[in-house]
Each structure stands twice: as C-alpha cells, then as structure tokens.
Design a protein around this ligand. Structure first.
Ligand code: IMP
Length: 209
C-alpha cells in the first residue's frame, strides 16, 4: 500500500498518538493546525454520526484533503442512554473529566435509590443494571467520498473510580469480560477492545483494500 496522508480532526495530541498506534504502518496523520485550521471546528450535531460528519466536512471543505473525524459517547442504560452525545460536556461546558464522573456516579446512585424506595413501597421496578457502552462514529472522506465506520465497547459503570491510566470516564468503565476499569487495564489492552479501536481498524482495513 502507498503511504497515505490523512488529516485527523483532533487537537488532542493523546488522541492523535492513539489513532496512529491503532492504524499502524502506512498512514501519516496530520492535525488541522498543520493544514492551517487553527479555529475550533464546530460540533453541533444531535448524534455522534452528525458530529463526526460535520467535523470531517469542515476540514474537507476548507482544504480538499483526505481526512477523518471521530465522535464518541457513553450510553448508560440506567440513565436512558445518557450522557450520549453530551458525554464530553455532561457536567458543563468546561468538559472536565472528574466533574463528569462525579455527576455520572451521583445520577446513578440517585436512580438506584429511587428504585429501591419504589420497591420498598411494593412497586415493581426494572431490574437494576449498571450496563453501559461507549460508541464511536468515524467519518472518512477520501477523494471526496464519504465512508462511515462505527465501533462499540460494551461494559458497565463501576461503583467508584479505580486506576490512573486512560482519560475521560476510563476510571469508572469496566469493559465486558474484565474485572478492571479501562484506567487499570492500560492503553495497549484498551486499544484492542475499545470503540475507537474497532472503528479505526475498520477504517484502516477499508483503506488497505
Ligand atoms: P470524543 O468525541 O472522542 O472527544 O469523546 C467525547 C467524550 O467521551 C470525551 O470527552 C470523553 O469524556 C468520553 N470518551 C470518549 N472515549 C473515551 C474512552 O475511550 N474512555 C473514556 N472516556 C471516553
């Protein structure tokens, strides 16, 4: 395969490094800043796919270069699928990971308490569950054509934070088949099972043809 240059719609060096590792040999990833986009790329969609499409389109329309964008979110069943597309800003626009986890654990405790009270009062409630999943939507634009790749990581929300690694909600997310949080598992294991890993490997497989 020829060496392929792609603009990745992120300003986060950690995400850039992670994507480069997942994609492997044969790709050169460049940031929007490196191709002259220094402003914040708009992200105003109401779904993950709409957001990844909006970000990729923004880069393509400005530069005409091959590019991709991702958007991820956490769906918690007890919270009816929240925070979903609001995952990054769950506790407010400052996008603070610690505040987001505090809010998540608090909301889940509140729902569990409400269900327990309802049961005490003789009502039947849905089975208590802490099941959750991360989803990623990737939009790739090559030669002006759009392609979409999705990835899911199933798991559950821990009762409390554990581990130092990772980012975002990693200290409270336990992937299916494990008894440790993402933050305890470490980057290498996480990349093999993560939502983003799956979506980006599917994209790499497609590009390798
Ligand atoms: P983004 O679209 O990749 O920026 O993800 C949106 C938000 O989801 C991030 O700000 C994180 O809070 C959360 N998130 C996405 N992927 C992960 C992950 O792999 N671990 C933990 N949190 C994540």
């Amino acid at each position: 395969m020829d060496f392929m240059k792609l603009v990745f719609a992120t300003g986060n060096p950690g995400k850039l490094r992670e994507a480069a590792e997942i994609l492997g040999e044969g790709f050169e990833l460049v940031t929007p800043a490196e191709v002259g986009i220094t402003e914040e790329i708009p992200e105003t969609g109401s779904t993950l796919r709409a957001n990844s499409l909006q970000k990729a389109d923004y880069i393509y329309n400005k530069t005409g270069l091959d590019c991709f964008a991702d958007d991820s979110g956490l769906e918690v069943d007890l919270l009816g699928g929240a925070p979903g597309v609001e995952t990054a800003r769950y506790a407010g626009p400052q996008r603070d990971a610690d505040a987001n986890m505090t809010k998540l654990l608090g909301e889940m405790a509140r729902r569990e308490k409400e269900a327990a009270m309802a049961r005490t009062n003789g009502m039947t409630t849905a089975k208590a569950t802490r099941s959750a999943r991360f989803r990623t939507s990737v939009t790739l634009i090559v030669g002006g054509q759009h392609h979409f790749f999705d990835g899911v990581m199933e798991g559950r929300i821990a009762q409390e934070r554990a581990g130092e690694g990772g980012f975002g909600y990693d200290p409270v997310f336990i992937p299916e088949g494990y008894n440790l949080t993402n933050a305890q598992l470490g980057e290498e294991v996480k990349n093999t099972i993560s939502h983003r890993g799956k979506a980006l490997r599917a994209m790499a497989d497609y590009l390798r043809g």
